[in-house]
Design a protein around this ligand. Structure first.
Ligand SMILES: [Zn+2]
Ligand SMILES: [Zn+2]
Length: 274
């Protein structure tokens, strides 16, 4: 069967994340992604999936396949991407996380607004608790709960000096991971034998697509707008991780640069990256 490379970017924040720009509505996120050639787009706000319904509609309008997630923050302050094929599954897991979220005094002046919106940027809710807090769930327990809920579990930015397994735990413990996410080609000790994926971790519109990855799929595997398209994609992505059919941003940049493809490290990232 014919294959083709699909550009995907699964780690992005909306205006619900306290640290993200207020203009980062799900609709603007989807529009920027479509303009940058992305076909599969993920939303991963901190500890909450409340903007997933708006994101579903925004992706439908732009012809993108949506992946619904959260970037959960464990007790040890390790960030973990928990990715679902439907908004309902992400919302349900978000409810689970909310029960473990300490209700810290929240000051929008200092921490930034957290805004639940609809697909037309109408404000629906302003949560009065801080979504960026560490959950009362240890890293292992969090990963197992996400996996049991049906998520693809991906420790986030394992090579970052903050909020990562390396910075908070010092190593990658065994776990039910589909892959690990890195910002650039990580040391073998950080990947723990797992597939590696890149992600933009966009908090502002300019960063959408800066570390998108490419996955080789059956040409007919991806149909935007089909119900279940996100679930189909995550199933195909799981298989692609296993078969090495995923090119992180640094490997894509290497491919553009010429025969050094695969050496990755030190090559410039995707052209057009901010
Ligand atoms: Zn993070
Ligand atoms: Zn993030």
């Amino acid at each position: 069967m014919a294959h083709r490379g699909v550009l995907a970017d699964l780690h992005n924040h909306s205006c619900l994340s306290p640290c993200a720009s207020l203009e980062m509505s799900p609709s603007l996120l989807a529009r920027r992604a479509r303009e940058r050639g992305i076909e599969v787009l993920g939303l991963t706000d901190h500890n909450s999936a409340l903007n997933c319904p708006a994101f579903a509609e925004a992706c439908r309008r732009e012809g993108l396949v949506p992946v619904f997630g959260v970037e959960a923050c464990s007790l040890e302050e390790v960030h973990v991407l928990c990715l679902f094929g439907t908004a309902a599954a992400a919302l349900s897991f978000g409810d689970r996380l909310l029960r473990s979220l300490p209700r810290l005094p929240y000051d929008p002046e200092k921490l930034g607004d957290e805004v639940v919106v609809d697909a037309d940027e109408g404000v629906l809710e302003l949560p009065d608790y801080y979504l960026g807090a560490a959950l009362e769930l240890g890293f292992d327990e969090l990963c197992l709960a996400a996996s049991a809920a049906g998520a693809l579990v991906v420790p986030a930015h394992v090579d970052r000096p903050m909020f990562s397994v390396s910075s908070q735990l010092g190593f990658l413990p065994p776990g039910p991971y589909a892959a690990v996410e890195a910002m650039r080609d990580p040391e073998p000790s950080l990947r723990g034998g797992f597939a590696v994926v890149s992600g933009s971790d966009a908090h502002v519109p300019e960063h959408v697509g800066r570390r998108a990855f490419e996955v080789d799929l059956d040409a007919g595997a991806l149909v935007a707008g089909r119900s279940g398209a996100g679930e189909d994609f995550l199933a195909a992505l799981g298989a692609a991780f296993a078969s090495g059919a995923v090119l992180p941003s640094w490997a894509r940049a290497g491919a553009v640069a010429g025969p050094a493809a695969g050496s990755g490290r030190g090559t410039p990232r995707t052209p057009g990256a901010a």
